[in-house]
Write a protein that binds this ligand. Structure first.
Ligand SMILES: [Zn+2]
Length: 298
């Protein structure tokens, strides 16, 4: 296990304990752990209030969590809703774009963001996606150049992107400040970054406490609107907007996951909705994600 010694926002080293870790570190190897069933020790930085995991696994064990992950972030039947959600994320940036020469989507999955940017007139589309099955789909998008590398390993010319997007990426990183510094270097002056993460101050987080679903082994950082903006501003960006984002789900999908209701009741409700034929109804709701649009000053 390794300590996160310095806060990526304020570089402070003092922290308070929020929740003790639930990992049995005496007999657990990263590769054998179900990442959703436990969390690391959760801490709050005394300098800036950032909530973060520490100590965390060594790099090889963190990589193993992803390598053994069953493929498919997208549940069958929900593809259309995932697409609608991604369109809403692209719409965060669209009104603020100055040009549409080059887009980079870090963690582009099957390429939905690349496709929306292409339809909106972007000339060059770059994606990074380590998962080979998702990457193959993204590569099929006309003009898309998709690499298997992690952002930290991929070189791009400085000042080249009009938009860089990180959808559910920043809170997974070991040191998000490095990625934000790279994005500052790679964005054009006047260029934008969009990042979407879970909101640790959402109603969902308040209702669920330590059982807040993002408290799991995939997440090293837990942002609020304030700390998300502070991260980008600490590396030179100006915040254009920061706030709750909406997700599109079917009514049945949401019912199966509604927090604070016992599982058996949730599934009974969901199958009831399906029986009366409304389980597939689309919902657009703020469920506890926040998005920032930040600009590299001209
Ligand atoms: Zn801090």
């Amino acid at each position: 296990m390794r300590e996160i010694r310095h806060c990526p926002i304020c570089a402070g080293t003092d922290r308070d304990l929020v929740y003790p870790g639930t990992l049995d570190t005496s007999n657990i190897v990263g590769a054998r752990t179900n990442p959703y069933c436990s969390h690391y020790q959760i801490n709050r930085c005394r300098g800036c209030g950032l909530i973060f995991s520490s100590p965390i696994f060594e790099d090889a064990d963190i990589a193993a969590l992803y390598e053994k992950a069953p493929h498919g972030n997208v549940e069958s039947g929900e593809e259309g809703n995932v697409k609608s959600t991604m369109r809403l994320y692209y719409e965060l940036a669209r009104p603020h774009l100055l040009q549409r020469d080059r887009l980079l989507d870090v963690g582009c999955d099957i390429g939905l963001m690349l496709e929306f940017a292409r339809q909106d007139g972007f000339r060059e589309l770059y994606g990074l996606e380590p998962n080979p099955i998702a990457r193959e789909k993204a590569q099929a998008i006309p003009r898309a150049v998709v690499s298997e590398r992690f952002y930290e390993e991929q070189e791009f010319p400085a000042s080249s992107f009009d938009l860089i997007t990180f959808i559910h990426v920043v809170d997974h990183l070991i040191d998000p400040s490095k990625a934000v510094e790279r994005a500052f270097m790679h964005a054009k002056p006047g260029g934008l970054v969009v990042a979407v993460v879970h909101n640790v101050e959402s109603m969902l987080a308040r209702m669920t406490g330590e059982r807040f679903p993002p408290f799991n082994l995939y997440h090293h950082y837990f942002f609020s609107e304030r700390t998300l903006a502070a991260l980008f501003e600490s590396r030179g960006f100006e915040t254009v907007s920061v706030g709750s984002t909406k997700n599109c789900y079917s009514l049945g999908f949401f019912a199966r996951r509604a927090p604070g209701i016992p599982a058996r009741l949730r599934f009974a409700i969901a199958s009831g909705l399906d029986r009366v034929g409304i389980g597939g109804l689309p919902l657009t709701i703020p469920v506890g994600n926040i998005g920032i649009v930040a600009r590299r000053p001209s």
